[in-house]
Design a protein around this ligand. Structure first.
Ligand code: MGD
Ligand code: SF4
Length: 745
């Protein structure tokens, strides 16, 4: 149907726009609010504890408000291991999420006026009544399982509680199947443990850090960047494998400019060198691993000469880098990466990375991977959740090693609902802009059109809100309580988020919205509190502290109780795999008909006249969520297309020339993008920062700025183990004429 037409949400009212500017050093991260700080020395401030929501590293910080109750700055909390007192530019600019005058300001309900679909403003009472009545109808007609939750970030956890109380665990998030899911499967199968976030990489004490398509420094995960910077100062060797000369590559001793899509061949040949030259950690391998003999036989023919023909990396370079890793072992990290959904064999590549770490003995050793620990936050008492008849597992049953809901399978189940035993008929979307986030945009829109009901909870009029039946404006992280942050780290710690200011406009926190819907559904027992403050206070008391104390300190660090950070000399250790060992050979995979040891497979190459579309992170932005942020858009307003000089010569492209892209399926970019000619990208690929190219007009700074990589991603290579969608097999041609211009008559 064409019922759910994309509606541009109207800007409602104006807010004060504070602009900032200033330089920062990529590895130094100097705060750029100098002007504000100087101006404010003489004034009185109140500071409130928070943790950042601009990305998912969750650095703890302090929000300063002045006498007028306006936020003047956000700085890092010195006691926090995620940031060590320093926020990244995005975290410092987080105040822009609060001040953005384009924010959603009031609940909105889809309506038809004079045959035109539009939104009208509504009271919370009306909007929540409508949402609750849809929850009720879906439950009666299909069962609660048919209402799916698609989420990301803190708001998601409040809604997850609501959905579970309601009887649905049809829950998924793009942070799994479009991001780090495959590495969790790969490491889980090998070490019996997820990598998790923050990654337990002991970068500060490493002697050698190997980055495979992981661009720390542009990917600004705070303490990781800081530790890498320190490791470089201390003389650690950095080896970067990337077809692009990334910032990390520029800091490296060895940059291996690999041919895209061939990393598996390099990984196998590194294993070959370590084994054939006897450089692997023999004592460790004997004590802690299983399947070494099969691995040895498996990689016998994966010589550096074999890999050279595939990867373009010279055999002596492969041998030399393998020897550097071995010399540093076990203080070596072959980094698991983060956004790893590339070519469809991503879990197996994750496994190859894990096996390499196993050969080097880095898991459980200083300078490799430490044993992480976190504190379990007790859940606030509530009745037992009802047991759903089916949920994300049934929807994703084709993928035996999936451990979380697969967004793209929810999309598929929605499109194919008719006559299906697992029909998905309604979505709640919270904190994720699916239009800019999921590949194959036409499928996302087909699914939305097939829905009976779509409710979106967001802070901004992002693309996804334009498709909603009801839009619920959430207040930003600076205006609300959220759950206690407890993350895995060297030592356990907790951090709190306290509202620094009152919610602007008519926006509300997710915990309140969930409770309101829950109560309307007769689920009040699950929300047995008036204010979320009570939940946090109860939990903090159980953890031996209080809200009063946490308001003063923001972060509390605890001692480890799970044992030492590293393996002790000759310690027996039980890994959570079926064999209790690090599994070089995986019987679990063999039993399900998959390769028990990773193999190299060839992936599609760009056809004549096309370039591989490569994308990544900008240090000033997080996905699509920050592009309209007044402070961050000031730092980087649009993305550019990186083109190698050789390709630029052939196509006669000039610096800053505007071009359009057309992909292998004939999809042309809505907007143009400026050309950046640089040797930093290979001749067969182009590169752009992800998150740009917004097509929602009410995003006054982000609209039409650059190209959306997502728009160009119409092909996915699906990981048969866990359903991740490989996004890097898309190819674009470069057009110098606007393909949307109507032919002149
Ligand atoms: P964003 O595009 O930033 O990322 O996917 P998403 O999490 O969907 O969308 C975040 C949405 O949350 C925005 O609409 C924002 O306004 C809203 N939001 C921000 N703060 C709040 C809040 O406090 N409350 C509420 N209710 N909403 C809020 C990320 C996902 O994308 C991930 S994790 C990865 S690694 C993938 N990366 C990626 C890529 O690199 N390229 C392409 N093409 N696709 C990708 N998809 C994946
Ligand atoms: Fe915020 Fe930056 Fe920390 Fe991410 S790394 S949580 S954006 S300060």
């Amino acid at each position: 149907t064409s019922r759910r037409k994309f509606i541009k949400i109207s800007a409602l009212g104006l807010g004060g726009l504070a602009t900032t500017s200033g330089a920062f050093n990529l590895f130094g991260m100097n705060p750029f609010f100098e002007k504000t700080v100087k101006e404010s020395i003489a004034r009185k401030f109140v500071r409130s504890a928070t943790y950042c929501e601009v990305c998912f590293w969750k650095c703890a910080g302090w929000v300063y408000t002045d006498e007028e109750g306006e936020i003047t700055k956000i700085i890092g909390n010195d006691d926090d291991t995620h940031c060590n007192g320093r926020l990244c530019p995005r975290g410092t600019g987080g105040v822009g999420m609060y001040t953005d005058e384009d924010r959603l300001k009031t609940p909105l309900i889809r309506t038809t006026i004079n045959g035109e679909e539009t939104f009208r403003e509504a009271s919370w009472e009306e909007a929540l009544d409508l949402v609750a009545s849809k929850f009720q109808t879906i439950k009666e007609q299909y069962g609660p399982e048919s209402f799916a939750l698609l989420k990301h970030g803190s708001p998601g956890s409040h809604l997850e509680h609501l959905f579970k109380a309601y009887g649905s665990d049809t829950i998924a998030e793009p942070a799994y199947a479009q991001c780090r899911g495959p590495r969790e499967t790969g490491f889980g199968l090998t070490f019996g443990s997820w990598v998790g976030s923050p990654e337990p990489t002991d970068i500060r004490d490493t002697k050698c850090l190997v980055l495979i398509g992981s661009h720390i420094g542009e990917n600004m995960h705070n303490s990781q960047v800081q530790e890498m910077s320190d490791a470089i100062d201390k003389g650690a060797k950095i080896i970067t494998v990337d077809p692009r000369f990334s910032t990390a590559a520029s800091k490296s001793d060895h940059w291996l400019a690999i041919k895209p899509a061939t990393d598996m061949a390099l990984l196998l040949s590194w294993m070959h060198v370590l084994i054939e030259e006897g450089l692997y950690n023999k004592k460790y391998v004997e004590k802690y691993t299983t399947g070494f003999d099969q691995l040895k036989a498996h990689v016998r023919t994966n010589t550096p000469e074999w890999a050279y023909g595939i990867t373009g990396i010279k055999p002596e370079e492969i041998r030399k880098t393998a020897r550097i890793m071995a010399a540093a072992a076990p203080a070596v990290i072959v980094h698991p990466g983060r956004h790893v959904t590339w070519y469809g064999d991503d879990s197996q590549r994750g496994r190859a990375v894990a096996i390499l770490n196993g050969l080097l003995g880095s898991w459980g050793n200083r300078g490799g991977f430490y044993f992480k620990e976190s504190l379990k936050v007790p859940s606030y008492p509530h009745p037992e959740y009802p047991k759903p008849r089916w949920g994300w597992e049934e929807i994703g049953e084709k993928y035996p090693f999936a451990q979380m809901g697969i967004t793209s399978e929810v999309v598929k189940a929605t499109i194919e609902s008719e006559g299906n035993e697992h029909p998905v008929k309604a979505w709640m979307v919270a904190g994720t802009n699916l239009i800019q986030t999921l590949p194959q945009r036409d499928k996302t829109i087909d699914a939305i059109n097939a829905l009976d009901f779509l409710v979106v909870m967001d802070t901004m009029p992002m693309e996804i809100t334009g498709y909603a039946d009801v839009v619920l404006p959430e207040c930003t992280y600076l205006e609300r309580y959220d759950g206690i942050r407890s993350a895995t780290n060297r030592t356990p710690s907790i951090a709190v988020r306290i509202p620094a200011v009152k919610p602007k406009y008519d926006s509300k926190p997710a915990w309140w919205i969930s409770k309101q819907i829950g109560e309307r559904l007769g689920l009040g027992e699950f929300f047995n509190y008036d204010d979320y403050e009570e939940v946090i206070e109860w939990q903090l008391n159980k953890l031996g502290t209080s809200l009063e104390e946490m308001k003063k300190i923001g972060v509390k660090n605890f001692d480890r109780t799970s044992g030492p950070l590293y393996l002790q000399e000759d310690q027996d250790y039980h890994f959570f795999t079926p064999s209790g060992k690090i599994e070089f050979y995986s019987q679990q995979l063999a039993n399900k008909g998959f390769d028990p040891i990773p193999v190299y497979t060839k992936h599609p190459e760009p056809p004549q006249g096309f370039y591989r579309l490569n994308y990544g992170r900008s240090p000033m932005h997080t996905f699509s969520r920050t592009i309209n942020n007044p402070h961050l858009s000031d730092l980087k307003a649009e993305n550019t297309l990186w083109v190698n000089p050789k390709a630029a010569r052939i196509l006669k492209l000039k610096k800053d020339q505007e071009v359009w892209l057309k992909n292998q399926d004939g999809i042309a970019s809505t907007f143009p993008i400026k050309v950046r000619i640089t040797e930093r990208i290979r001749w067969d690929s182009v590169y752009m920062y992800h998150g740009f190219g917004h097509n929602e007009k009410k995003l006054s700074r982000a609209f039409g700025k650059g190209v959306s990589d997502t728009e160009m991603i119409s092909q996915t290579a699906v990981d048969p183990l866990m359903g991740g969608t490989g996004l890097r097999g898309n190819f674009v041609s470069i057009l110098t004429e606007n393909p949307h211009k109507k032919a002149e008559i």
